[in-house]
Design a protein around this ligand. Sequence first.
Ligand code: C2E
Ligand code: CA
Ligand code: CA
Ligand code: CA
Length: 277
Amino acid sequence: EGKRLQQHCTLFDPELYQQLQRRKQLSADLPKAIRSAELIAVYQPIICARQDKLHGAELLCRWPHPTLGMVAPDEFIPLAEELGLIGRLGELMLEQGCGQLALWQQVWPHLMLSVNLSPLQFRDPELCERIQACALRHGISPTTLELEITEGVLMENADEIEQNLSSLIQAGFQLAIDDFGTGYCSLAYLPRLEVATLKLDRSFTRDLISNAATTAIVRSVIGLGHELGIQITAEGVETQEQRRWLTEAGCDRLQGYLFSRPLPPQEFGRSYGLSDT
Ligand code: C2E
Ligand code: CA
Ligand code: CA
Ligand code: CA
């Protein structure tokens, strides 16, 4: 009781103040960072479990801030969403990603690129046209682009969203459900929507070996996916034990620090024999 009272009476909390200052600075700097393409793309390999070879890469955003150092997307993506900048950020990333993919596909034509889309981008009625135009500009087949959406997109019941989703599928893009199993979403969308991939959230991979219920859930998700013709990617694979278990359970693709952290493009190219130029 005394402690609560004390907390309540604190007028100045230096830690909270610093947090607010940092947020203020990031908000002030983000528009220019996007305008001047200060944000950069890194690439994390996605491995085909059975053949133990590269399947594709996930495009992830980084912000090397001039004074604050590297800022993580968990911090600036929500800000970009709040500030109405996520559409432009998404375009910037897609542009970098497609340019890079075009180079890598000269060496390996079937390499896949997975791109994260914010639910807010689906409010843009021109989303599909924009993505199509970008792919076309770089000579990339839509079938080699996988668009990652969260179940949050499917829970909003808006016309633009439905329209965008069906246009994207019709245009030949692959659809992946990101962080699968963490949303409060029913599975009713699965028969209606042509989903190519379920990305099993990394919390399941983490608890796989230690928790019997998690083990059962993961087995069921793999079975469910396969019955529906959907591929399963496990996120956050960090140990050989997890890798072995998932591969034996029939999981199609693996992603995680065990294979590699997200890498700058030159390093990714070097590691996987895709060296550009
Ligand atoms: P996500 O889409 O679920 O991406 C996977 C995150 O897990 C990445 O964090 C990745 O670095 C991290 N990760 C990969 N393997 C492991 C592992 O083995 N262990 C652990 N602990 N983590 C692992 P990152 O790059 O910090 O991105 C965080 C989130 O920010 C992403 O989660 C995604 O939701 C969002 N994000 C990143 N880039 C973009 C972007 O360009 N656009 C949008 N809309 N969102 C993005
Ligand atoms: Ca993702
Ligand atoms: Ca994820
Ligand atoms: Ca996530």
